[in-house]
Design a protein around this ligand. Structure first.
Ligand SMILES: Cc1cc2nc3c(=O)[nH]c(=O)nc-3n(C[C@H](O)[C@H](O)[C@H](O)COP(=O)(O)OP(=O)(O)OC[C@H]3O[C@@H](n4cnc5c(N)ncnc54)[C@H](O)[C@@H]3O)c2cc1C
Length: 409
């Protein structure tokens, strides 16, 4: 199993006692639907990941990164802290996921923040809290406003949920900053598409837009990012926004390593698989998740890059590897999203919910999907504690960067 993300970890778990070897740079699976709540501090970051060794007790874990495969010799090359290895396989699963898709926008690489991994989510939380601290210390009113302006480019799940959670965090935190109470905070959401949350049926996407606009979020759709500097964001429609924070959540592209593996790829760089999730032309190589173009026999288009599809694909792939392969097909039962603390939208089996009921359904669904009872309980405890206590506003960017020992001799 190359990759221990949503897709790879579930295949390994479902293979059970038949065993598997997972090659992964981390020893955990990130449960991305909970990532925005790690960023806002509602959830303890460790509770949004699942240890692979506990989730897949019958699998071996090799902590490292795949660098190449040899399909003839049936081996994979893996770079680890302890050196490079060649691992032999009988069946190979490519579950290498995706990476943020960037554009050649001036200033984006230098000034844009990404929101895809746990360290990026925690960095963003610390960044927002630091900007509040810096704004509090600023004497110049214009500079204060710049520090309290946050621009998110990309209004899919990641961008909308992260903006909603972080703006809630800033609203709650500001009670501790009396000098900032009257300084306007500006949250801006930008997307090239004509509406936000294009994956969600219109009514719910529209509700999300209304809800965010009601909170004062500025929404710019049908426009792109033109340039960004350390003090200003410029949009394609000519809008100039004095801001020091730009979060880039405008989609993903398949893992670039795939281009070096000698497997067939489509025009977007995704692995081409057949209806059994087998890589075209290679009997013992399989692929799924965000890195593959997966045809769905129960839909008229290939699967979108979501957890719920990766999970259904994993179920079929685990069966196909060990038994008589059956075609993959999955009809979506609904779509859900959160819009900050205790607010959400859900469309499940034709029933549409918003506000607290929407949040409750969204979170119940994710809790049901989250593997391991102890993990579920930790998350429920975090949510319960958040009901009764104010948000924690400590900024912990010092974590993981110890100063080390100093020579006093
Ligand atoms: C912020 C955010 C929020 C999201 N929210 C939702 C949501 O609410 N609902 C939903 O359905 N979907 C959501 N998604 C999408 C969802 O996370 C993905 O569709 C899902 O994770 C895809 O699973 P995957 O295993 O293909 O990829 P990933 O989960 O990304 O896993 C890929 C794995 O491959 C590993 N890897 C990379 N390179 C190598 C290498 N060289 N060797 C070995 N391993 C490697 C990575 O470390 C990673 O663990 C969200 C995504 C993001 C970023």
């Amino acid at each position: 199993m190359l990759g221990g993300g949503f897709a790879g970890a579930y295949v390994a778990r479902l293979l059970g006692e038949r065993g598997a070897t997972i090659v992964s740079p981390e020893n955990f699976m990130l449960f991305t639907p909970l990532l925005p709540e790690a960023a806002s501090g509602t959830l303890e970051p460790r509770h949004t990941v699942v240890p692979l060794r506990a989730m897949c007790p019958h699998a071996e874990l090799l902590l490292g990164s795949a660098t190449a495969i040899d399909i003839e010799a049936r081996t994979a090359s893996v770079a680890t802290d302890g050196g490079d290895y060649r691992v032999r396989w009988d069946e190979l699963v490519l579950a290498l996921g995706a990476v943020p898709r960037t554009m050649p926008v001036p200033g984006l690489a230098e000034h844009g923040l990404s929101f895809k991994t746990l360290d990026e989510a925690i960095h963003l939380r610390n960044h927002v809290l630091r900007e509040l601290e810096s704004a509090d210390a600023e004497l110049d009113d214009g500079a204060r406003r710049e520090r309290l302006t946050f621009v998110f480019v990309g209004a899919g799940y990641a961008g909308v949920e992260a903006l909603a959670e972080l703006s809630d965090l800033a609203d709650d935190a500001v009670r501790y900053y009396p000098r900032l109470r009257d300084v306007p905070r500006r949250w801006v959401l930008v997307d090239a598409a004509p509406k936000i949350l294009p994956e969600i049926p219109s009514r719910l996407g529209d509700y999300a837009a209304q809800e965010l606009a009601g909170r004062g979020v500025e929404i710019h759709v049908g426009t792109t990012l033109e340039s960004v500097s350390d003090r200003e964001v410029v949009l394609g429609d000519g809008t100039r926004i004095p801001a020091r924070t730009l979060v880039w959540t405008a989609g993903v592209r398949p893992n670039p390593l795939l281009r070096e593996l000698g497997v067939p790829l489509d025009d977007r760089g995704r692995v081409e698989v057949d209806e059994f999730l087998r890589v075209r032309g290679h009997e013992h190589v399989w692929s799924l998740g965000d890195c593959a173009r997966v045809p769905n026999t129960r839909a008229d288009h290939p699967d979108p890059p979501t957890c719920q599809h990766a999970l259904r694909q994993a179920r079929q792939l685990a069966k196909n590897i060990v038994g008589h392969p059956q075609p993959y097909g999955y009809r979506m039962l609904g779509q859900v999203a959160t819009l900050g603390r205790y607010k959400g939208i859900a469309d499940v089996l034709g029933v549409r919910l918003r506000g607290f009921p929407g949040w409750f359904v969204t979170r119940s669904y994710h809790l049901y999907q989250l593997p391991l009872l102890p993990r579920k309980l930790r998350v429920v405890v975090d949510w319960t504690v958040a009901l009764f206590f104010r948000r924690d506003i400590v900024e912990l960017s010092i974590l993981g960067h110890p100063h080390g020992l100093e020579d006093d001799g």
